[in-house]
Design a protein around this ligand. Sequence first.
Ligand SMILES: Nc1ncnc2c1ncn2[C@@H]1O[C@H](COP(=O)(O)OP(=O)(O)OP(=O)(O)O)[C@@H](O)[C@H]1O
Ligand SMILES: [Mg+2]
Length: 254
Amino acid sequence: MAIVIGLMNRKGGAGKSTLTKLLASAIAHSKKKCLVIDLDPAEDILKWWTRAESNGHYDEKIMVRATTVAEDLYEIVAKNDDTVDFIIIDTKGEGAEWADDLAGVVDRIVVPCTNANPDRDRTRETIAWHDDLKKRVVSADQIPPLQVVLTRVPPVMVRHKKDLPKPKDITTRDFDRHYEIVAEFNPLSTMVPERPQYREMDEQGLLGGIMDRCRNGQWSDKGQALHYESALAHAIDLMNNIIEGTKMEPSHGA
Ligand SMILES: Nc1ncnc2c1ncn2[C@@H]1O[C@H](COP(=O)(O)OP(=O)(O)OP(=O)(O)O)[C@@H](O)[C@H]1O
Ligand SMILES: [Mg+2]
C-alpha cells in the first residue's frame, strides 16, 4: 500500500509544487518509487518533470501523471497503490471543489504556509474546511490528518528558539507573525527554509541528481555539493516528519 500525501493551500505561491519536488527528491534518494499526480491545470509539475527528463535528468523511480478531473484520483490511486511506495498529489492554488475528493484518497493533507497574511488566511480556510468535513461524515476518524508546514522560512528563523532575541535582519512584524502562526496552526516540527538550492530544482529536477552532478564536476563547483546534500537531508527529515506527524517543540513556540 502506497502512502498518499496531498498538498493543499488555496494561496498560489505558498510552495506546494516546491514541496512536491522536495518530497519526490527525498523519496527517490531513499530508493523508493513515487507517483506524482499533478492536479493543477497549469501542469507545473508535469512540465517540470518533462523538462528535467529532456535535459537528461531522468529517474525511473519517479512517475508523473496529470489530470484536471478530481474524480480520476480514485482510479489513479487504486491503480498504482501496489506498484509505488508513495503517491504525492500537487494541487492548484484556486478553488476547492476538488478538496473533498482529495481527502477521499490521501493519508495526509499537507498545507504549506508562508509568513504572510494572505497565506495565513487561506490556511485558516483550509483548516475550517477540514473541520467541517469531519462534521459532514459519519466517522470523522477516517478523515486524514491535516498538517501545516511553514515554508519559505528565513534560515535564521528555522534555527531560532522562541525565547532568544529577534535576529537583526528579521523585521519585528515578521518575527511576531512567525510565532503567532506557530501558535495558531501547531505546525510540523520541520520547516522548509528559503534556499536557492530548492529553486534550482525548477531547472534541474531532483536534488539528489543535482548533488551528484556537483560532486562529479558536471555542474557548478564541488563545494556546492554539500549545500545540496544538506538540502536533501532536510527534505528527508520533512518526509519523515510528515509520516510521523511530530509537531513543534514548545521551544519553537508551539
Ligand atoms: N523554500 C523555497 N526556497 C526557495 N524558493 C522557493 C521556496 N518555495 C517556493 N519557492 C519558489 O517560489 C515560487 C513559487 O513556489 P511554488 O511553485 O512551489 O508555489 P505553489 O504553491 O505551487 O504555487 P501555485 O499555487 O501557483 O502552483 C517558485 O518559483 C519556487 O521556486
Ligand atoms: Mg504549484
